[in-house]
Design a protein around this ligand. Structure first.
Ligand code: B12
Length: 250
């Protein structure tokens, strides 16, 4: 199968880079398409209708852009795209009913971490088996109502997550490669206004989930070294972690 992954690319999108690596590890092809605002819609629709991938994955990390992504899904359907459209990221995870019941042409939502669920969704689509058996999804029933498949635990070992596919050349700042990377996920804080806290606490209400997960320094150093060498021995690493300030010195 070939899949298209669509999302913000103001800085390299690690969510899409990691999911592309997951799909390629399974033997599928994966293309990342930039969708920074509505002006990118025509290019995305054009690329999808030309290539007709089996799946399009929308990464809706920002609530303020949710309307743009749902309009994009509608535009794909109006352009005749009949493949599977799935959405992931913080917004669809929390608003899966609105995304699935709104007639936007979205077939499924991958809740919380995407690695394992996307891999199984691709396998089920490949085999033609029932999506309701894939844990960690939200789907739309025959009655037009959204429902959740069995819960899936958040990824326990972040060291086992494949390194993000670097789907474009790194941006450069003062000529130096600028390389986004993550060392962990989640936050121990409980700020009432922050969707990060809301999403991970919601995950914990639906299954085994730790609010804060860290990679091992060894795994992180190995990836940084590989990227540094590949970038010619100079790099600015930008951590896309939610929070680098941890509660205890150790
Ligand atoms: C990196 C980042 C940025 C970067 C780069 C974004 C880009 N790619 O272009 C920059 C600095 C540009 C940025 C800007 C902004 N950001 Co910002 N950003 C982040 C940050 C810190 C990390 C996102 C990330 O890549 N995480 C690493 C990956 C691995 O984790 P992930 O995204 O959760 O992805 C996993 C799952 O969600 C899922 N998944 C995600 N996408 C998909 C797609 C599919 C198909 C599937 C199956 C699964 C899936 O699988 C992934 C792997 O498990 C997040 C914090 C967060 N936790 O999300 C804030 C965050 C997304 N940003 C936020 C905000 C508000 C903004 C700004 C609006 C701030 C501002 N006022 O300007 C701007 C908007 C920019 C714009 N014009 O649109 C908020 C969004 C809140 C909300 N719910 O709407 C967040 C959550 C931070 C917060 N404190 O709340 N941001």
């Amino acid at each position: 199968m070939h899949i298209h992954l669509v999302g913000a690319d103001l800085e390299e999108n690690l969510a899409l880079g990691i999911l592309a690596a997951v799909a390629e590890r399974q033997g599928h092809g994966a293309t990342v398409l930039c969708f920074n605002d509505d002006s990118d819609r025509a290019a995305v629709v054009g690329a999808v209708t030309r290539a007709q991938p089996e799946l399009v994955g929308l990464s809706v990390q920002f609530q303020h852009r949710s309307r743009e992504f749902l309009n994009l899904a509608r535009a794909l359907r109006q352009a005749g795209y009949r493949g599977h459209v799935t959405a992931g990221g913080q917004f669809p995870t929390r608003a899966y009913r609105e995304v699935l019941e709104g007639g936007h042409g979205v077939d499924s939502v991958v809740l919380y971490d995407g690695e394992e669920t996307l891999a199984e969704l691709l396998a089920a689509l490949d085999r033609g088996s029932a999506l309701g058996e894939v844990p960690g999804l939200a789907l739309c029933g025959g009655d037009g109502r959204a429902w959740r498949t069995p819960a899936r635990a958040l990824v326990r070992d972040l060291d086992a997550v494949p390194h993000a596919k670097r789907y474009r050349p790194h941006s450069r700042h003062v000529g130096v490669p600028f390389i986004p990377i993550t060392g962990g996920r989640g936050c121990w804080g409980r700020c009432t206004y922050c969707s990060i806290s809301a999403v991970y606490r919601d995950a914990r209400e639906h299954g085994p989930a730790r609010l804060l997960r860290l990679r091992s320094p060894e795994s992180l150093a190995e990836e940084m070294a590989a990227l540094w060498h590949a970038a010619g021995g100079k790099a600015i690493f930008c951590f896309h972690d939610e929070n680098l300030l941890l509660p205890r010195p150790e």
